[in-house]
Design a protein. Structure first.
Length: 173
């Protein structure tokens, strides 16, 4: 089960919320706790107050929003990053570095983005509207990016967040 956004209602009652999730796990009603859109500060606070392992943090991650500091924090705490909008809300073909690497691997820019995310130990959850897209997404796990490919994507300087909802969004890392 997920705590979705660390919104004001969570912030005011976080100890109570985390205790309730811990009890639900102890009672066998849920298996694990995941979080979504938590910043490194939110994660550190939750870990300090929660007596169970948080297993995932679902956040926006793609070549234009690489989440390096957050990913380091998650790795240090044995929490997996689940990446939403891994195909950049439909703008994946606007990234020249992905196009270049895609040609080299005889793949699509979407497949390269997914392969890059997986190379970081993260789990992408792309949207698929057709069976062909679903197959392409699945085949991305067979693409082996080399160090140069990964470095080229890691060095992309554009920073763009697609899920930015000021009313509920935290102060992002």
């Amino acid at each position: 089960m997920y705590i979705h956004w660390p919104f004001k209602t969570y912030k005011k009652r976080k100890e109570e919320v985390l205790k309730a999730f811990s009890e639900l796990i102890d009672e066998g009603k849920i298996g694990y706790l995941g979080i979504s859109n938590f910043t490194t500060n939110d994660i550190d606070e939750a870990i300090a107050k929660y007596d169970k392992q948080i297993v995932v943090n679902q956040v926006e991650m793609h070549p234009w929003l690489q989440q390096k500091a957050l990913l380091d924090n998650l790795n240090n705490n044995n929490i997996k990053l689940v990446s939403y909008f891994p195909l950049m809300h439909g703008r994946i073909n606007e990234v020249p570095e992905l196009k270049e690497i895609a040609e080299k691997h005889k793949a699509s820019p979407a497949q390269i983005s997914l392969a890059w995310i997986m190379s970081k130990g993260a789990i992408p959850i792309p949207k698929s509207t057709t069976l062909n897209h679903l197959k392409d997404n699945f085949e991305s796990q067979n693409i082996q990016l080399d160090e140069d490919d990964i470095k080229k994507i890691d060095e992309i300087k554009v920073v763009k967040r697609f899920a930015d909802f000021p009313i509920i969004a935290p102060d992002w890392d």
